[in-house]
Design a protein around this ligand. Sequence first.
Ligand code: SAM
Ligand code: SF4
Length: 437
Amino acid sequence: MAEPKKLYIKTYGCQMNVYDSERMAEVMDGYVKTETPEDADMILLNTCHIREKAAEKVYSELGRFKNLKVEKPDLRIGVAGCVAQAEGEEIMRRQPMVDLVVGPQSYHRLPELEAKSRAGQKPVDIDFPEEDKFEKLKGRPKASRGPTAFLSVQEGCDKFCAFCVVPYTRGAEVSRPVQQIIREANDLVERGVREITLLGQNVNAYHGEGEGGTWSLAKLIWELDKVDGLERIRFTTSHPNDMSDDLIEAHGTCKKLMPYLHLPVQSGSDKILKRMNRSHTAEEYLKLIERIREARPDILMSGDFIVGFPEETEEDFQATMDLLEAVKYGYAYSFKYSTRPGTPAAEREQLSEDVKSERLSRLQEVITRHQREVQDDMVGRKVNVLFEKPGRLEGQMVGKSEYLHAVHVQADGVQAGDLREVEITESGPNSLRGQIA
Ligand code: SAM
Ligand code: SF4
């Protein structure tokens, strides 16, 4: 039998890209994964367009592989993901050693594209094809795997927030059919998965075809709740306007749905929310959180913030700080606004870098304090931990609580995939410590 070829994939950006990279590796028959680009017969960069100067960073990363290609002319180099989608053929023009370019909606065609490139062509496939990518991808491989997995249920976005490239790179909102998702979830559980995180750029806008018509995300979650062996369900990322009543209710009643919710708000100022095209006010967001906390009082909230958006005054920024205090997030991700070509806000007058940096550091100070307080509050409590892997110390295992905190436990005899009740004894900078209860 021929030696399998080696595939090196570097993944940037969000969890959807992590999922896509897994699926791309799976679709490449005859390849095994390698962690070292020097060993690879094919290098694939699965890129993200959210970062500042994303395309420039990809070009410089590609430059690093130039020598490898000189030493090994058979090496195939591919660019996938959102930068591939946005730049298309420009990538080949600027880095002629790139052999193929593939967008997030057409990576099921990767084997064909690789074959074309080996035949001397330079394929660029950034179509939004009619066919269903997920139908073309095969079932998940038979090998057993770790206890947690991502599962994409929805892609694209129709919201067009003024700062965001996603609607342009990932296209319009599309939901996968219910049965396809249930099949994939069963596949994953058979391979050892105990926790599934449902993914979508706008996951709570899910509206997939199921028995009797269109299903909501809540209905899908209740169907997954019936999957034997699946212990935990999470979902990310949600938009406040799509937090429907049945989803809020599920947080109170579905035992497998974990008490953690990522619900980005971006700003606490109504003026800025309007300029961002977020179509809700700060007060509506706070009311929503109140209702979610009524349904599930211990839920841990997480969010995203952008500071220094065009026209943000000190007063607007203060409104964001007030909102932070009102919610007290267990986790929050914060960014300085930076322009994305082709988005409406990129054309507006920009604030200075100094103002953005100064606001970001004030915001992050509060976020870090809250994060730490929420984590410290866990000390003395009993949580459920799904163990994922051995820790760095002898006999130590690491897992995640239902609130997504990393928990370290000295626990002989505990295996990856075990769910145990743990009493939290200590709170460190980024994780908790505990003992089996
Ligand atoms: N769909 C999600 C939502 O509605 O919040 C997440 C989209 S985006 C992949 C993740 C985060 O990146 C956003 O919530 C936002 O905070 C940040 N982001 C997106 N575009 C940005 C930009 N131009 N400048 C700074 N941060 C940005
Ligand atoms: Fe981007 Fe999220 Fe807004 Fe869609 S809802 S445009 S993905 S920030």
